[in-house]
Design a protein around this ligand. Structure first.
Ligand code: AMP
Ligand code: GLY
Length: 422
């Protein structure tokens, strides 16, 4: 079986690493990939959002399965273009990818499905939005409707802060047209969990859960990032909670998407708040999380490839996934300055030493090889240093031992990944 993975981050390295272990695989490409992915797949110099070039390559090489890592190619119609070309694609159609592309769409679908979430209202008029905020009081959450590079959400502690967010998003349009429509939501309180379900349009099976660390600094301080570390499984996410989320959120939403003529195939990533009143939906993403995917892949004992194929072919109903009873913990190493301005090109040494530590897997995100063969940083998030162990504490110790074996003065990481659970 010939497979093309789309993307070039840590999530895609973990997917390539898992797919490369499949006995069904005959050839694996990744577009555009990175220096770590190049060790398990052939990297192709095609951008992850160049849909015609990706589909053309897949057709020329008679690829059997395209696996999409990030959301942008999906919202741009990669799965639809693959379908036209007769190529299987793991990932939803553009219509189904609206679950990530539009927050208002997600809230409407969730309400129609009866899935529990925050109270919300939608506004295109800033005057009406301000009146609603004053009536509701603080804390309250203001969100730009469309994609805003993860920066379109303001959790406001005061009414004044929420009103300032309305001015920034709707009037100054700091996120452009994404701010033409705004959602104002009830502020949910609790711990956040990332939950993943594999979906084939009609059937969903639980993949697992993880907890991410979105803030850049220790103790969850500083600006938001794409994710500075994750661990799986999260101790607070019990089997009873998982069953509740499958029954009240994932399955009804899957049925509602089919009813709307946009059946969802791929990974449905539910961002949940575990509140005192039970799990509440914050948002959906239409892909694996990064770095959550890295923590899940090192725990997966089943062959990933047949599971992805079953999702594409509508055959998940009879599918079962097996997991190692280990804990996994990912520490993200990022370039100094991230999530703000950071330098590219600094050299990274010591990965061989790190990889020899038992239970450690280092996934690459923003890396490349210089002409002389040296490994250099090319992105904000650069490495996902992943440890496993029989306890979460052991997994954490393995990950930080590997971090300490890596010699990269241009990088930094949080030193407290896993703190909530330890
Ligand atoms: P989103 O882009 O929707 O994932 O939101 C980014 C972050 O804002 C989430 O990970 C939460 O930490 C926070 N957030 C979003 N919506 C709410 C809400 N209704 N209540 C509390 N926190 C929220
Ligand atoms: N780590 C959060 C995300 O992938 O959206």
């Amino acid at each position: 079986m010939k497979v093309l993975v789309v993307g070039g981050g840590g999530r895609e390295h973990a997917l390539c690493w898992a797919i490369a272990a499949s006995p069904l695989l005959t050839r694996l490409w990744c577009a555009p990939g990175n220096a770590g992915i190049a060790e398990v797949a052939e990297c192709v110099a095609i951008g992850a959002e160049d849909i015609p070039a990706l589909v053309g390559f897949a057709r020329d090489q008679a690829v059997d399965l395209v696996v999409c890592g990030p959301e942008a190619p999906l919202t741009l119609g990669l799965a639809d273009a693959c379908a036209v070309a007769g190529i299987r694609c793991f990932g939803p159609s553009a219509a189904a990818a609206q679950l990530e592309g539009s927050k208002a769409f997600t809230r409407e679908v969730a309400d129609a499905a009866g899935a529990p979430g925050a109270r919300w209202a939608r506004f295109t008029d800033p005057v009406a939005a301000r009146a609603y905020i004053r009536a509701q009081g603080a804390p309250i959450v203001v969100k730009a409707d469309g994609l805003a590079a993860g920066k379109g959400v303001v959790v406001a502690a005061t009414v004044a802060e929420a009103e300032a967010a309305i001015a920034d998003i709707m009037e100054s349009r700091i996120h452009g047209e994404s701010g033409a429509t705004v959602l104002v939501e009830e502020c949910l309180v609790g711990q956040e969990v990332s939950f993943f379900a594999l979906c084939d349009g009609a059937t969903a099976i639980a993949l697992g859960a993880a907890q991410d660390h979105k803030r850049v600094g220790d103790g969850d301080t500083g600006p938001n990032t794409g994710g500075m570390g994750a661990y799986s499984p999260p101790p607070i996410f019990t089997e009873a909670l998982r069953d509740d989320v499958m029954a009240r959120i994932v399955k009804p939403v899957l049925a509602e998407m089919s009813r709307r003529g946009a059946p969802f195939r791929g990974v449905l990533f539910a961002g949940l708040m575990i509140t005192a009143h039970g799990p509440r939906l914050i948002e959906f993403n239409v892909r694996f999380g990064d770095p959550e995917c890295q923590a899940l892949m090192v725990r997966l004992r089943s062959d990933l490839l047949p599971a992805l194929l079953a999702a594409c072919d509508g055959e998940l109903a009879s599918f079962d996934l097996r997991w190692d009873p280990v804990h996994a913990l990912v520490v993200v190493m990022a370039a100094q300055g991230y999530p703000g301005v950071y330098a590219k090109g600094s050299e990274i040494r010591g990965l061989e030493r790190a990889a020899q530590i038992p239970g450690v897997q280092v996934f690459h995100a923003g890396t490349a090889r210089r002409e002389d063969g040296a490994l250099v940083a090319t992105g904000g998030r650069v490495l996902g240093v992943t440890g496993t162990g029989t306890t979460l504490a052991e997994a954490q110790a393995a990950a930080y031992a590997a971090v300490d074996a890596i010699d990269w003065p241009g990088g930094f990481c949080r030193r407290d990944i896993g703190w909530r659970a330890l």
